[in-house]
Design a protein around this ligand. Structure first.
Ligand SMILES: *Cc1c(COP(=O)(O)O)cnc(C)c1O
Length: 343
């Protein structure tokens, strides 16, 4: 049996989600007449503590609509140097929004507030205007690291003082909330707008939510239309999204426990470098340099043993736990990895 630890995006909809899709009441959502989409958007806005929300096709689309709605061409946005918006969205902020990016290195996904402050432009005829600060929580390339609430508060104060909007790429925000033991709104209150993925650990087949102030979401809705994201009887895909938000949040703790179990086991294996105490959520990144093999070679070796993993740089590998991976799979995966990394 293949154990697929490439990403939490590989999760399949639950039986209840399939049924909800079949039974969903629908209408034309471009006319705002899909009752299921409306219900999902109201629920998501409420959970995130925002005035309004918009159902979008993907996390990337949600982030891009956010950048488009917050900025004008020629402005500058501040991002953590390994953030998804900068690293993994095919250059969309340049291609679509026409903004320039200014990246700031982070430590476990967190940019030093002093560096952020220093990067915000003052008034000068030569300068682009700093329009937006983007945060990522949890931070994918930082191994699922959670941004502390106190840190979020400091950055938001700073951004407000300097009149810079804050958008959070919260693709895995529920993982952060579960790890911190707080409601998502306690995190989202420290940003103006937020994107969350329904299709990762929460298990829905497609879709993301963009949430923020009502007037802002109205503008975002227009950008969604321009990008071809205005969908018709979208209730069939919004219905599992409602279950993602109502039924699938608490179980994320299991994924976090599984990730820790993998990390502590990996720490004992020959040639593997990892700090298991850094694993806070469902992502495990480890370094294979001391095995004498490259990440790509190790990914092939893992695949030959029935484990699917992602190469994450020349010597790093990423494993992601999720709802379709049980305790038995974790034990089997550890057993198989022991075989590979003892040779
Ligand atoms: C997956 C992910 C996205 C993008 O979501 P898609 O639905 O795959 O477009 C954005 N940000 C982060 C941090 C992600 O992990």
């Amino acid at each position: 049996m293949l154990i697929d630890l490439r990403s939490d995006t590989v999760t399949k909809p639950t039986a209840a989600m399939r049924k909800a899709m079949a039974d969903a009441e629908v209408g034309d959502d471009v006319y705002k007449e899909d009752p299921t989409v409306n219900r999902l958007e109201e629920l998501a806005a409420d959970m995130l503590g925002k005035e309004a929300a918009l159902f979008v096709t993907s996390g990337t689309q949600g982030n891009q609509i956010a950048v488009l709605t917050h900025t004008a061409p020629g402005q500058e946005i501040l991002l953590e140097a390994e953030s998804h918006i900068f690293y993994y969205e095919a250059g969309a902020v340049a291609a679509l929004a026409g903004v320039q990016t200014r990246t700031i290195p982070g430590i476990r996904g967190a940019m030093e507030p002093k560096l952020v402050e220093a990067a915000i432009r003052g008034e000068d005829i030569h300068f682009p205007a700093t329009a937006l600060l983007c945060l990522e929580n949890t931070h994918n390339r930082a191994g699922g690291a959670v941004l502390p609430l106190s840190y979020m508060a400091v950055l938001y104060d700073l951004a407000k003082r300097r009149h810079v909007a804050v958008h959070m790429d919260g693709a895995r925000l529920f993982n952060a909330a579960v790890a911190l033991g707080v409601d998502v709104r306690a995190i989202a209150e420290h940003v103006d707008t937020v994107q969350i993925c329904l299709s990762k650990g929460l298990g829905a087949p497609v879709g993301s939510i963009l949430a923020g102030p009502k007037v802002w979401i109205a503008k975002a809705r227009k950008w969604r239309k321009r990008l071809g994201g205005g969908m018709r009887q979208a209730g069939v895909i919004a219905a599992p999204g409602i279950l993602a938000l109502t039924e699938m949040v608490e179980r994320l703790a299991e994924d976090h426990a599984h990730a820790k179990q993998l990390a502590y086991a990996l720490a004992e294996m020959k040639g593997i470098t990892i700090r298991p105490e850094h694993i806070e959520t469902n992502i495990v990144i480890f370094d294979v340099a001391k095995t004498g093999r490259s990440a790509d070679e190790c990914v092939v070796a893992l695949k030959n043993e029935g484990i699917l993993a992602t190469s994450f740089g020349p010597t790093c590998i990423r494993l992601v736990t999720h709802k379709d991976i049980g305790q038995q799979d974790i034990e089997t995966a550890i057993h198989r990895m022991n075989n590979i990394f003892s040779q």
